[in-house]
Ligand binder design. Structure first.
Ligand code: DX5
Ligand code: ZN
Length: 218
């Protein structure tokens, strides 16, 4: 059966105290920790690399869900694996050799994810389904937290859910997930819900209720 997973994205955390923030969302009931890696090239923003993932690793034992928004990705896959990533997702748009990237991630002993921008057809992942453990359907254009959910991306989620059929593949939605949007994403077939601004708002006292509200809406 399919498990519902809430994955707080630290993109919306206080970057001056990231270790504490990771511990806080872990204790608040977040199931996975989502880490957004951006290179200023594949997306118009820059965040952090493997050294930060490694520095955060001792702060939580929860699943580290590393979302690479970088091109090329291949030269950095081993570094993210060594840093303690559990799942590593690469974008299907990030290069011509995505199949090789997925092979590399699995050869490193990690779960492999494939991410799709809102403008990319679901059929792009079809030849890759035996290579992946996670499909990330972007529900905003990647690059920034706090953007509005794109309802048009729900069609991609349902198409991916139909293609995945009985395979043990998680389907993740990423971007604009709040208690108001998570239900539609769940009904379209998603079971992993990334939330940045939806979790990290109202200060640390609010994280647990923010996580619960998203879980209840799913
Ligand atoms: C966007 C990132 C998301 C982001 C989501 O490029 O991939 O993970 O943190 O943030 P919210 O939940 O605020 O849309
Ligand atoms: Zn992300």
């Amino acid at each position: 059966d399919i498990m519902t997973i809430i994955a707080p994205s630290i993109l919306s955390a206080d970057f001056s105290r990231l270790g504490e923030e990771v511990r806080a969302v872990d204790e608040a009931g977040g199931d996975w920790i989502h880490l957004d890696v951006m290179d200023g090239h594949f997306v118009p923003n820059i965040t952090f690399g493997p050294a930060l993932v490694k520095a955060l690793r001792p702060h939580s034992r929860k699943h580290f869900d590393v979302h690479l928004m970088i091109a090329p990705a291949d030269p950095y896959l081993a570094a993210f694996a060594d840093a303690g990533a559990d799942t590593i997702s690469v974008h299907v748009e990030a290069g011509p050799h995505i199949h090789r990237s997925l092979q590399t991630i699995r050869a490193l002993g990690k779960r492999a994810g494939i991410a799709l921008n809102p403008g990319t057809p679901a059929t792009m992942v079809e030849p890759l389904l035996d290579m992946v453990d996670l499909v990330v359907c972007m529900t905003v254009n990647p690059g920034f937290g706090g953007q509005s959910f794109l309802p048009s991306a729900l069609e991609t989620v349902s198409r991916v859910r139909a293609m995945v059929a009985g395979r043990p593949i998680d389907i993740e939605v990423d971007g604009g997930i709040t208690p108001a949007t998570v239900g539609d994403a769940a009904r379209a077939g998603a079971n992993v819900f990334v939330a940045g601004s939806g979790v990290f708002s109202g200060g640390p006292e609010a994280y647990a209720s923010n996580v619960s509200a998203i879980r209840e809406g799913a």
